[in-house]
Design a protein around this ligand. Structure first.
Ligand SMILES: [Zn+2]
Length: 199
């Protein structure tokens, strides 16, 4: 059991937290709450152990909520790693990196919600699909302080699936001067314009 060496730490924290019952499973689920108790000396260990405190996505709620098991059942391993575990595909490797149709919609690979239209996609040369804007309300933003820097993560507003990051002020000649840098694996392309439909 991978977490065994830390169980005594968790048990101590639970005692300090005045919770009378303990199980490893439960400790895992409530770990984000534990990490907010800043006075506890063992918190950096817990934070590293559970490893997901770099994003606030899991504290948000979304219209489509599934357990990891349910997501694994409908996503490929690569889709699960990117959409549900904030993974990143290798630059230049994605299906939609050099994909420039005249019309159509890029939808969420997790829940099919329309996210980006073809006419907002531009050539950034960065190795991932780049859009200067999303369909209004289709993506949500989070501060992401992983990898030793602060970036703005973008997720599907319908299911919370990780899409990539948004960068501003890079000087691209687009209407917004923003670059939504999205993993191809987080997307599906629909040639017909589905905006406004339930998709
Ligand atoms: Zn989605």
């Amino acid at each position: 059991m991978r977490f065994h060496p830390f169980s005594s730490v968790i048990r101590t924290l639970y005692t300090l937290s005045s919770l009378s019952t303990f199980s490893r499973t439960r400790a895992f689920q409530v770990s984000p709450r534990i990490t907010t108790l800043r006075s506890m000396p063992s918190i950096p260990i817990l934070s590293a152990l559970f490893g997901s405190s770099s994003t606030n996505t899991e504290k948000m709620s979304f219209p489509v909520e599934k357990s990891n098991e349910e997501w694994r059942a409908v996503l490929s391993p690569q889709q699960f790693r990117v959409l549900r575990q904030q993974g990143t595909e290798a630059p230049g490797s994605g299906t939609y990196d050099k994909h420039y149709p005249d019309k159509g919609v890029y939808t969420c690979a997790g829940c099919d919600a329309p996210l980006y239209t073809a006419d907002t996609k531009f050539k950034s040369g960065c190795g991932w699909p780049a859009y200067f804007d999303s369909i209004p309300g289709a993506v949500k933003r989070n501060e992401d302080s992983s990898m030793g820097m602060t970036r703005t993560e973008i997720v599907c507003a319908n299911c919370g699936g990780h899409l990539g990051h948004v960068f501003k002020g890079e000087g691209f000649p687009t209407p917004t001067d923003e670059r939504h840098c999205v993993n191809s694996v987080s997307l599906k392309f629909a040639p017909e314009d589905k905006v406004g439909s339930k998709a």
